[in-house]
Design a protein around this ligand. Structure first.
Ligand code: G3H
Ligand code: 13P
Ligand code: ZN
Length: 341
């Protein structure tokens, strides 16, 4: 089956009350790991590429690898999603290439660092929605800025000012017509999210519940959702790595989110940790090896294991065959007729 719209996957996830992991890729082995995990667990798959991934891979390579994935895994509904598009142009170029979903991250200015205004975010996101929906492509927007609470992000006030304001979230969805909404509740990208197991003070699940209460029909997205498991940290450090102690987002908090409107969960760091640990182990134990396959294969297997585990924990396992994919043309017609709910 061809690449499918993310909207359809998330609508189905809402019907089935489960979440769908969105896993970042930069190369063939990572795509293979996700597709194998999806086959093993019978899961729909969201494969996502950041701007960095598109540049690293010369995105045409990535796109054609994804076409290979759809040929080799025809039973898996598979989405190719742009992660953190920084501008309208970036989103349009992904749409032009064949991505079936894009994130317009207008919470930040195009430099990807400076917090933007609400007006800028609405304008840029709405423009992407207009272009994308006319082609049946899904759009994820973001309101509020990702970032930890304890690291002083948003300092000067109470350290919470960068989080999503529920009232603004309602206005943003109404003004833009996005299909999915990324919210900021105290998570951040990367391995160093929390200096101890997060509590209600550092991971604001109450904020998520409030947003879901006000937007019960909007698919919510949790970014920065790696769990940063200790066993993966330990493997890296056992074989010469130097990770400092750190905590990620506990799976049970993600599962609470899934019970409250979270339909897409972004995970990159856990897979990076698994890959790096596996490669370090081979280098440490077999320093005589130099065939890249001797470490890329264990690396791919390690990522597949993490992805399959997350697919099971998020509840998407077993749902790959639940529905027939809708074509992008049919999705475009649905948007035209405003049948977006
Ligand atoms: O947005 C965060 C993802 O982990 C992608 O990271 O920008 O280094 O490719 P990246
Ligand atoms: P992690 O760094 O927690 O894996 O988050 C990934 C992410 O949010 C990608 O957009
Ligand atoms: Zn993210």
């Amino acid at each position: 089956m061809p690449l499918v719209s993310m909207r359809q996957l998330l609508d189905e996830a809402a019907k089935g009350a489960y979440g769908v992991g969105a896993f970042n890729v930069n190369n063939m082995e990572q795509i293979q790991a996700i597709m194998e995990a999806a086959r093993e667990t019978k899961s729909p798959a969201i494969v996502q590429a950041s701007r960095g991934a598109r540049s690293y891979s010369q995105d045409r390579f990535l796109y054609h690898l994804m076409l290979a994935a759809t040929e080799l895994y025809p039973e898996i509904p598979t989405v190719l999603h742009l992660d953190h598009g920084n501008s309208v142009e970036t989103c349009k170029s992904a749409i032009g290439m064949g991505f079936t979903s894009v994130m317009m991250d207008g919470s930040l200015m195009p430099d990807g660092k400076t917090p933007s205004t609400f007006e800028y975010n609405v304008k840029a996101t709405r423009e992407v929605v207009e272009t994308a929906h006319s082609k049946g492509i899904t759009v994820e927007g973001e309101i509020g800025c990702l970032g930890g609470i304890e690291d002083g992000h948003g300092a000067g006030l109470d350290g919470l000012s960068h989080l999503t304001d529920p009232e603004q979230a309602v206005e943003f969805v109404r003004e833009t017509g996005v299909d999915a909404l990324a919210i900021a509740i105290g998570t951040s990208h990367g391995a160093y999210k929390f200096t101890s197991k997060p509590t209600g003070e550092t991971l604001k699940m109450d904020r998520l519940l409030e947003i879901h209460r006000r937007l019960p029909n909007t698919h919510l997205v949790m970014h920065g959702s790696s769990s940063v498991p200790k066993d993966l940290q330990d493997i890296i450090n056992q074989y010469g790595g130097k990770l400092k102690p750190t905590w990620g987002v506990p799976i049970e908090e993600i599962q609470l989110g899934i019970k409250n409107g979270v339909r897409k969960i972004n995970v990159d760091t856990d897979n990076r940790l698994a890959i790096t640990g596996a490669i370090r182990k081979v280098f440490w134990e077999k320093p005589e090896e130099f065939d890249p396959r001797s470490y890329l294969k264990p690396a791919r297997d390690a990522m597949k294991k993490v992805v399959a585990q997350r697919m099971t924990q998020f509840g998407q396992a077993g749902h790959a065959g639940d529905y027939a994919p809708i074509s992008l043309e049919a999705m475009a017609k649905r948007y035209q007729q405003h049948l977006t709910a």
